[in-house]
Design a protein around this ligand. Structure first.
Ligand SMILES: *Cc1c(COP(=O)(O)O)cnc(C)c1O
Length: 363
């Protein structure tokens, strides 16, 4: 078979390992597996969402409301924007895919930081576009502008806070990049972890309503992290009407399920769950900072629900990850990003205890 040539250069995305795999491969009981690998909300399913799923259980035979009006209305209220400024996707991942498709071809390029969300590159390559990266994982203005002036990329990705490093870009610096590029370049502000950054320091908050005045920016948000709906696959893009209209041309009908839609509506209206998630997180992430300092491990100051530990040459992140896995502790090895580092999703107090205990044993 002669496949699309663009595919030759694509590395398949490797998702965090599921609990089932550790159970199968190492014979560990599911209740003893601790998964801190995919930045899921450790509190679990919001009880109100659980009730919504039960209430909607007899609607599986019906297509969802394809206008998604109620969800857009809830998001519009939350962010102070208009429903016309919003598009809903099967995760914000799907919006990333739409963005690539409306802008890229084999003559164009995208620009991103050295270590960032892997899907930006994959979606760009699917379109045959070139991928350029800056030297640093931080979003540094000078590095972005130097590369931009050379390549005139069609899309610039600013992942703030950044996954998998956890650092964030101050609002002023994000705006500086946006204002310095041409109107024909779309700046994608991926705010998958914005709730955590905002709670830590408001200078990092990007308000979607503020970017609507700009012609070439889209803000992405997701229900997968602070809202605890990773399994439901709901995300959104907020931009001016022109961009949203073009994105709609890529959207298949009924792109999220009836239960996902109902769950997201409930989650969106329930700020208390997000507040509770963030306060647990803020209390627990301190333990990871103290633990790192006590054990002489370098970490990146985190604005997300995870923390990245960077190792000296004497410790190998792949070995550590494999040893932890055998003990039923799943974390994310960053070797595939050329970093001798691991990314740990901050869990519940109990999950974190188990991580600390096993980590000390393996090092
Ligand atoms: C998790 C994540 C997303 C979106 O995830 P979905 O589950 O597809 O909404 C987007 N960007 C980054 C950086 C993420 O970490």
């Amino acid at each position: 078979m002669r496949y699309n040539k663009a595919l030759e250069d694509i590395k398949i995305y490797e998702a965090g390992k599921p609990i089932e795999l550790v159970v199968r491969e190492f014979g560990i009981a599911p209740e003893d597996v601790v998964k801190l690998a995919s930045n899921e909300n450790p509190i679990g399913t919001n009880p109100k969402v659980k009730q919504t799923i039960i209430d909607n259980a007899d609607k599986a035979h019906l297509y969802p409301d394809d206008s998604m009006f109620e969800l857009k209305d809830a998001l519009a209220l939350k962010y102070g924007v208009d429903e016309n400024n919003i598009i809903i996707g099967a995760g914000s991942d799907q919006i990333l895919e739409f963005i690539s498709r409306i802008l890229l071809d084999e003559h164009s390029s995208v620009l991103m930081s050295a270590v960032t969300f892997a899907m930006y590159e994959i979606y760009a390559k699917q379109m045959g576009a070139k991928v350029y990266k800056t030297a640093s994982f931080e979003h540094k203005y000078d590095e972005f502008m130097e590369a931009y002036n050379m390549y005139r990329s069609k899309i610039i990705y600013i992942c703030t806070p950044n996954n998998p490093t956890g650092d964030a870009t101050a609002k002023d610096d994000v705006y500086k990049i946006i204002k310095s590029v041409g109107k024909d370049t779309l700046v994608v502000v991926d705010g998958a972890y914005m709730e955590y950054a905002s709670a830590k320091d408001s200078r990092y908050t990007i308000e979607p309503k503020d970017i609507l005045e700009l012609p070439n920016v889209i803000y992405l948000g997701t229900f997968s992290k602070a809202y605890g709906l990773g399994g439901m696959r709901v995300g959104y893009g907020i931009a001016n009407r022109e961009i949203i209209e073009q994105l709609y041309k890529m959207r298949p009908p009924f792109n999220i399920s009836t239960l996902s839609l109902a769950s997201a509506i409930t989650a969106c209206k329930d700020d208390s769950f997000v507040k509770e998630s963030i306060s647990l997180h803020q209390e627990q992430i301190k333990r990871y900072e103290v633990f790192a300092k006590d054990n002489g491990i370098k970490y990146i100051d985190s604005y997300t629900n995870f923390i990245t530990y960077i190792f000296e040459d004497s410790i190998d992140s792949t070995k550590i990850s494999n040893e932890l896995l055998k003990r039923g502790v799943i974390i994310r090895n960053l070797a595939s990003y050329d970093m001798n580092a691991i990314r740990i999703t901050v869990g519940t107090a109990k999950q974190n205890d188990i991580f600390f205990k096993n980590f000390l044993e393996v090092i």
